[in-house]
Design a protein around this ligand. Structure first.
Ligand code: HEM
Length: 457
């Protein structure tokens, strides 16, 4: 029995090694050119652990620093169980992002699909992705045009800041999370923080987030298994909210507007994502639920991390803080007491925009995105083989001293003369998967800052 086991194991191991060799070295002889330089590291794991080793996000980290100096800005390795080409090169990153679905395709690790579900926009590809994305873009445009959109964000910011009065100390990261969660839950589901469903969603959502960054072991008790269950619970909560909305729509005779029970209670009056989503016929029920989850996921952690980093950087730059205060004091002086901010005020926040842009460049909320090559691709002299994982590292371009002067300094003034829509600045990704929530994130941060710098030192 034991002999049999060893025989099978040995054959499996030899097969695995042969597979690795074929996978890695055959493309060396392709007529499209040689593979980029690099090393594959350990079997199976490759160099994943070194690649993921934590480091300050305003540095590229030891792994990339070492590999780029040894092999150049584009190198091959083995990450997330797959042979991979890592790109820290501005041109190649741009080329990858612009060629989604043609030469490259979004390809997040399988366990992430297990948690997000196959109809999540974050993992969907091809026609399904295009259909979901079109809905997302029109939803964002509709929501932004509603007058309540800005008012809700500002009211939530003021509520959070008011809750700090009399407190000796606040943990900013936690407060930023509370703020972005309350904003996104309000924008998407029309729920206020006091409603029991908000607390329930938050609890499940935190479990869900923990699972996303855990070992993908679907065994009872593991964070991964708990996340899969939490997703199911969020899904039923959202479905119940959808049902309740439908019921109150039916019982109201408001025609196009739906002054239902929930919206009156939470002050929504039908201007959240869900209200519009309910009328979208091109999405199935599961896609609608998934859509809500994607928005919560996309809008929560990213924006709160950006806020926390921005505060950290501004805290170390008295000149930036002074200029921010002046800008917001000037805007406030032109408004009545307690008058809410509007789009014109937002457009006047030039320096604030530069601070946010610089925090995105220097802080790198999203370090890299996952893609795979759909065919053999020749880029410059080398080959990117079909089926390989391709990782455009956005942070490496943001921190590249040959592209940004004093790249390792927080210097918001650089954006006074630089275009923010250039190839060397892609904090929200690019091409057909560019973040649909970028404007929402920036408005949230700007409005929070408006009150923060005026109320607190
Ligand atoms: C500082 C804040 C944010 C950053 C840095 C950020 C960054 C990104 C990046 C880099 C991508 C591209 C992923 C890829 O190419 O694979 C992305 C996609 C996405 N983001 Fe954001 N995001 C932010 C805020 C938001 C907000 C507020 C929302 C929701 C309201 C959101 C929803 C999404 C969605 C749904 C996608 C998938 C788009 C697609 O695949 O077509 N994000 N985000």
């Amino acid at each position: 029995m034991a002999g049999c086991f060893w025989l099978v194991t040995s054959i499996g191991f030899v097969g695995f090694i042969l597979g690795l060799i074929l996978n890695h070295f055959l493309p060396l002889f392709s007529n499209l050119g040689p593979l980029p330089k690099g090393s594959f590291g350990w079997p199976l794991l490759g160099e994943t652990l070194s690649f993921l080793k934590p480091h300050p996000s305003n540095s590229v980290g030891a792994y990339l620093h070492d590999h780029c100096s040894r092999y150049g800005k584009v190198f091959k390795t083995h990450l997330f169980f797959s042979p991979t080409v890592v790109s820290c090169d501005q041109e190649l990153n741009y080329f990858i992002l612009q060629n989604e679905d043609k030469l490259f395709q979004c390809s997040y690790p399988k366990p992430i699909h297990g948690i997000l579900g196959e109809v999540s926009m974050l993992v969907a590809v091809g026609d399904t992705h295009r259909r979901l994305r079109n809905v997302a873009l029109s939803l964002v445009a509709t929501i932004k045009s509603k007058p309540e959109f800005l008012g809700d964000i500002e009211r939530i910011a003021v509520e959070i800041l008011d809750s700090w009065k009399g407190r000796q100390q606040v943990m900013f990261c936690a407060e930023a999370r509370k703020f972005t969660f309350n904003v996104i839950v309000k924008q998407v589901l029309g729920l206020t923080p006091e409603e029991p469903q908000t607390t329930k969603i938050l609890e499940d959502f935190l479990t869900f987030m923990k699972g996303l960054i855990s070992l993908p072991l679907n065994v009872p008790g593991t964070p991964y298994a708990r996340a899969v269950k939490a997703r199911r619970r969020i899904s039923s909560t959202v479905k119940a909210i959808i049902e309740e909305r439908r019921r109150s729509r039916r019982s109201s005779d408001g025609g196009g507007k739906y002054p239902n029970k929930r919206s009156t209670r939470s002050g929504t009056n039908g201007h959240d994502f869900l209200e519009i989503l309910l009328g979208v016929e091109s999405l199935s029920e599961d896609e609608k639920v998934s859509f809500v989850l994607d928005s919560l996921l996309g809008g929560y952690e990213t924006t709160s991390v950006l806020m926390a980093m921005l505060i950290h950087f501004v805290g170390q730059s008295p000149a930036a803080l002074a200029q921010l205060k002046l800008e917001h004091r000037t805007i406030r002086s032109m408004k009545g007491e307690d008058e809410l901010l509007n789009w014109e005020d937002y457009k006047k926040m030039d320096f604030t925009q530069n601070v946010i842009t610089e925090a995105l460049r220097y802080g790198n909320v999203v370090k890299f995105v996952h893609r795979k090559a759909l065919k053999d691709i020749k880029f410059r002299d080398y080959l990117i083989p079909c089926g390989w994982k391709v990782l455009p590292v956005l942070s490496a371009v943001h921190l590249d001293p040959s592209l940004h002067s004093d790249a390792l300094q927080f210097h918001p003034w650089r954006w006074e003369t630089q275009d923010q829509t250039c190839k060397k600045f892609t904090p929200f990704g690019g091409g057909s998967r560019c973040c649909p929530g970028s404007e929402l994130a920036k408005v949230e941060v700007a409005f929070f800052l408006h009150h923060l710098v005026q109320k607190f030192r």
